[in-house]
Structures are given as C-alpha cells and as structure tokens.
Design a protein around this ligand. Structure first.
Ligand code: ATP
Length: 457
C-alpha cells in the first residue's frame, strides 16, 4: 500500500474535498475536462494567493538582499538555445507500433507495450516545451515557446536589475508565475500538470562562497514549509546522484514531501555555478559580469537556485492539514491550516436565522470584513455550520446569540480545539487579530471570559 502523509488522507479524499468545496476543478469540465489542466475555484484561489504571498513576504519583502521580477512568459527563442532547453529538455519516448501509445523509456520494463503488449519503436527524444507562433505567419522563423520555467527571465534581466538596484553580491531575484511543460506522464492530481506555477529564486554569489550559500538556502526553504505548518517528519532532503544532475547543475537537493502516493519532489535547490550567465553572455554578446568591489575585477557570479512549485506546495499544505476525527456518529473533517494560509479567516454565525439577531450579526460582519476574508452564514444548525467551516479550514467562528443583544458580547470558537471564549464586541477585532497571529485562545481581552471547553452540540 502507498505510504500516506497523515495516515488518514488518500488522494481520492483530497480530490473529492477540493471538488466538493470549490478548491479545484478539472479544466473545462463541462466539455469533459482537459488532461492535466486544473482550475482553482473560489477557495483554491484564496489558498494559492496566501501561499504565494507568504513566499513573497519571506523571500523578498522581509529581506535586504532580494528583489522581485515579473518577466513575460514569451521570450526570445534564443533564450532556449542558450539555456540548453532546446537540446536537453527532452524525455526519451518509445511508441507502440500497434496501439500507438507513447511511453517514457523509464516507464517500460522489457520491450513490449505495457498497455497492449505490442512491439515498441526505438526511443526518440521528445521536447517538453510548448511551441506556438508569434504574429500571423505560422513559419519556423516565427516559432516561440511558452516558458517551461520562470528562471530564464531572471538570468536575462541580471544586468537590468544590477544597474537599476545597485545591489552588491550576494543578492537575489525572485519571481513567481506560470510555466508550461508538455509532460508525458502526468497525474496525481495537481502534482504534475502541463500548466503550473513556480516560485523561483536566483541567488547570485561570489564563486567560492557557493557551498555556504547552498546550505543556507536549503535550510531556509526547509524551515519555510515547517513554519507554515508542514510536519517535519513529512519532509526529507534528498541529494541528487551524479548521473541524475541536470546539465547545468553542480549540485542539487530535493525537498521531498510524503504525498499520499509516497515521497516526491516539492522543491529543488541547485547550485548552477556560472552556467547560465556564461551561456547568455555568449549567445547575446553582452558581458554579464559583476565588478567586484573587493578586487576591482569583473567576475561571473555563481547562482544558487531554490525552485518551488506553487501547486505542489498547495497540495502538500492540503494533505498535511487534512484530518478526520470521530464526532458522535459522524466524522469531523478538519483542515488544520496555519491561519496565514486559511482561505477564510473568520466566519460570522448568528445562532438562529431570527430577524432579531440579524442586525447585530451584520454589524459584526461589516466590522471584520475590511480586515480579512470573512464569511457570513445563517443557514442550518450551528453544529453543521461549524463543520462546514472546519472542512475548509476556517480558524475562528464568531457566534452571535440572544444574550449578545443584551450584553454586547459574542463567542469566538477555535477550529482545532473547538474551545470557546466570550468577548465584548468592542474587543473582537483586536482579539481575532492576535489569535490569527498565534496568541493562545485563553489569553482574554478586558471583559472576556472562558466560555465552553466541552464539545459543541
Ligand atoms: P519532476 O522531476 O517532479 O518533474 P523537475 O525536477 O522537473 O520535477 P524542476 O524543473 O526542478 O522540476 O522544477 C522546479 C519545481 O517546479 C518542482 O520542484 C515542482 O515543484 C515544480 N514543477 C515542475 N514540473 C511541474 C509540473 N509538471 N507540475 C507541477 N509542478 C511542477
């Protein structure tokens, strides 16, 4: 049986939750879907934004040595010659002579087709880049490619960034955005798709200091996942063997996550040496060097590249947060998201739909909405509404009851423990802000009180 990341979650459960609650849908579903392309629904898009925002804050906004970039997806075709993608970014494929299915050679054992047993052709290289044409004429001269990685945008802008920011080594450029690969073997939901998003860093260092910075970034990136709630035991670092290294890499480690289908790559950290700047200098004729202020010599910096996938991170955060608990005769499904990632931060729930509660509940809702994504829900029993919020990972529910009309207090119910405190409405916003940043539930504001610590009805 495949190893499971939390002992409770299978890929089927994650896919079903994502579809049921509006995280992720198959692309163009009403037409039967498009293989290995996915659409992020109302909750999925929030989760994705939160992941990207957490990454951007950590690697750009909170650092002096990093700047951001947003390069275009279509680039000069020479970029892909210089980078080696036109020659090297290919998988060897064999084709079945009877059913015409194509297989990656590493998927085939023996010399017959795994599907029908037919005879296979000799392996041929298949380039994974999507091709299209620039302008109205569909000729070889007008071919451009959808980028298969965001990295090249940062290498070709090295000089622009250097000249405009006056950064000194070591410094880095970060970029996130779409990438496209015509993958042969797709599957495992959003783990490997043909259109996906990357979050990449190119960190430029003095040659000779590259090993130190490689270790630094490996640790930083590993910590980032743990700080956002991934269980340490579900992560591992795996060094690439010599024969496995990409053509540009001197050294590479994968940060693997224990997905439902087993250990698989979440992020790669590579020491790319001076390969990229040398290649682009030679193909463009521009000198992509750095004037070293210490030696007054022009040097070609080495590059350390932490390259993460947005979609794979999202899948890992989902799998890691997923939990099922016995709940009377039912099962309580909870996503224990870190509050920074949770799509909805707070739900406002009037205890009953009665007209008398609505004005105060709406007032509370209006006060919280400018601060976070807040949902208002007055349908069905309070227990069912709590379960609905648990299932999408909302950290806090605020309940307005009949007593609230008299004492102007409301209850805050915590997702993970289901414990409750009661706080004056005047203290609500500040209290929620503190709890969303990690303050324990039972640290009470003035006038607050512990409310219920037993399970709710
Ligand atoms: P794999 O071996 O799993 O195909 P890779 O080594 O080719 O991945 P890189 O080229 O190192 O991947 O890309 C960096 C990151 O981009 C990966 O760690 C992953 O998170 C993400 N990524 C790459 N290909 C895909 C894909 N087809 N679908 C989703 N994410 C991807």
């Amino acid at each position: 049986m495949a190893e499971q990341s939390s002992g409770k979650v299978s890929m089927e459960k994650i896919v079903s939750l994502c579809q049921r609650r509006g995280f992720i849908f198959p692309s163009s579903e009403i037409y039967g879907g498009l293989s290995s392309c996915w659409d992020y629904g109302p909750l999925g898009v929030e989760l994705k934004q939160n992941i990207k925002q957490a990454w951007w804050r950590a690697v750009v906004q909170e650092r002096d040595d990093m700047v951001g970039l947003d390069a275009s997806i279509l680039m000069h075709p020479q970029v892909w010659t210089a980078s080696g993608h036109l020659k090297e970014f290919a998988d060897p494929l064999v084709e079945c002579k009877s059913c015409h299915l194509r297989w990656r050679t590493d998927e085939v054992k023996g010399s017959t087709c795994p599907s029908c047993g037919g005879e296979l052709t000799e392996p041929q290289l298949f380039n994974l880049m999507f091709k299209t044409f620039m302008g109205p004429v569909e000729s070889e001269a007008n071919v451009v490619y959808l980028r298969p990685e965001t990295a090249q945008g940062m290498f070709v802008n090295f000089e622009n960034v250097l000249n405009t920011t006056r950064k000194r080594l070591p410094f880095g450029i970060a970029q996130m955005g779409k990438a496209f690969r015509n993958e042969i073997t797709t599957g495992n939901f959003i783990f490997r798709s043909r259109e996906f998003e990357q979050m990449e860093i190119e960190y430029f260092v003095r040659p000779g200091t590259d090993d130190k910075w490689f270790d630094y970034w490996l640790e930083e990136r590993h910590k980032w996942y743990i700080n956002l709630g991934i269980k340490e035991g579900n992560l591992r670092l795996r060094e690439h063997a010599r024969g496995e290294l990409a053509h540009y890499a001197r050294k590479c480690y994968d940060i693997d996550y224990l997905f439902p289908m087993g250990w698989s790559e979440l992020e790669g950290i590579a020491n790319r040496g001076d390969f990229d700047l040398q290649q682009h200098a030679s193909f463009s004729g521009k000198s992509l060097t750095y004037l070293d202020e210490e030696t007054n010599q022009h040097i070609v910096p080495y590059i350390i590249e932490p390259s993460a996938g947005v979609d794979r991170s999202l899948l890992a955060f989902l799998c890691d947060a997923y939990d099922e608990e016995p709940d009377k005769d039912e099962i309580r499904v909870v996503l224990h998201f870190n509050p920074a990632l949770a799509p909805v931060k707070v739900a406002v729930l009037p205890l009953s739909k009665k007209e008398t509660l609505a004005p105060l509940a709406r007032e509370v809702y209006a006060e919280l909405r400018p601060c976070w994504l807040v949902q208002y829900d007055d349908t069905q029993s309070i227990g069912r509404r709590y379960r609905r919020q648990d299932e999408i990972g909302t950290p806090f529910c605020v309940t307005i009851d009949f007593q609230s009309l008299e004492d102007k207090q409301v209850t805050i119910r915590e997702r993970d423990s289901m414990n409750q405190i009661r706080v004056p409405i005047t203290e609500l916003k500040n209290t929620l802000a503190a709890k969303l940043k990690g303050e324990p539930l039972f640290v009470l504001p003035p006038g607050g009180q512990v409310w219920k610590v037993e399970r709710e009805e």
